[in-house]
Design a protein. Structure first.
Length: 335
């Protein structure tokens, strides 16, 4: 499957960014700035949220304001620079700085409880995960349309953060432990692959090709959106294809991602997700680097399509997320 390397700019994603303290929330709002911690979850979030996407802050079971992402930077020695203090987690005792930063353009001003029906998609994720416990949650286009009418338009720019000169770095990933240099180089893991696949399939042309090869050509790519992790009672779906605006139906296609070899238990897990999803689920997709013989033999009986991914980059060295995304190809297996 040959692919376009850039996602469609017509359909930006919308995320709610978890904020750890009231003081941090006030700093985020004051400077229209989001920061993510110097661990794997922060690096993943930095890859997930792209320039042109929309975000709100999530704190105290409320969504705060709507912003458009104008720029993102990863800064060196973030512990030396404002506005956030170092964050220490009681459970692990680890201390984190905030090197991964999003510069935001204020769009709308509001403070709304997550229990509102308009936030149902995110609230369900929060409930099933037992709380925040992660840096961000992706919401669907219906949620973005709703928040675009909440509160009032932002009529002034945010305050400029006074900060000394600093240098930036390109976030990189590797499978070679010797190359790890946190927070500049992290291990390549499944969440990074998921983000690259999601970004790839944000392109309408790429998604159309995949649907055609999956024998799902009757489903128009322009009517679908691809979302990150979706929580269910028995686990979470890695990626979810769903109708952008459900009208008379609620089609959903779960995608389970494995960085290595897919095994029979992955088929059973994905089938469980398919059965739990409300609405119409015409198929599930198991996407992996390779497949066991039993998986190849049994997938069709589960109603599951198999897709093999390949990367043209050398992960024994260090590579950027952009290089991973551009080096990603998908091949639908004949069943």
């Amino acid at each position: 499957m040959r692919v376009e390397t850039q996602p469609s700019p017509k359909n930006p994603s919308y995320f709610l960014i978890s904020v750890s303290t009231r003081d941090n929330l006030e700093l985020c709002i004051k400077y229209a700035l989001a920061g993510f911690p110097s661990g794997e979850s922060g690096a993943w979030t930095f890859c997930e949220i792209q320039q042109g996407d929309f975000v709100s802050f999530l704190y105290g079971a409320r969504a705060h304001n709507l912003y458009k992402v104008a720029k993102h930077e990863a800064i060196r020695h973030a512990d030396r620079f404002p506005p956030w203090k170092l964050l220490t987690f009681k459970e692990s005792g680890r201390t984190y700085s905030f090197p991964f930063r999003l510069f935001l353009e204020p769009i709308r001003i509001f403070t709304e409880p997550i229990v509102r029906a308009e936030f149902f998609y995110v609230a369900e994720n929060l409930l099933l995960r037992g709380g925040y416990r992660r840096t961000h949650f992706q919401a669907d286009q219906t949620t973005l349309q709703s928040v675009s009418e909440m509160g009032m338009r932002a009529d002034s720019a945010a305050e400029v953060l006074p900060i000394p000169p600093y240098s930036t770095f390109a976030l990189r990933f590797t499978k070679n432990r010797e190359h790890l240099r946190i927070p500049e180089t992290f291990r390549f893991q499944e969440t990074i692959l998921q983000s690259a696949i999601r970004r790839l399939l944000m392109s309408e042309a790429n998604l159309h090709k995949l649907l055609s090869q999956l024998s799902l050509a009757g489903i128009p790519a322009r009517a679908l959106e691809i979302l990150g992790e979706k929580a269910l009672t028995q686990g979470h779906i890695d990626l979810l294809l769903k109708q952008r605006v459900p009208l008379g139906s609620s089609l959903k296609i779960p995608i389970e991602v494995k960085t290595g070899r897919a095994e029979p238990q992955d088929l059973a897990q994905l089938q469980g997700y398919m059965e739990e999803l409300p609405g119409e689920c015409p198929a599930g997709v198991l996407l992996a680097k390779d497949f066991g013989k039993q998986v190849l033999n049994d997938a069709a009986t589960y109603g599951i399509r198999l897709v093999r991914y390949a990367l043209s980059v050398d992960l024994t060295k260090t590579v950027t997320f952009e290089e991973i995304h551009q080096g990603l190809t998908l091949e639908v297996l004949t069943q």
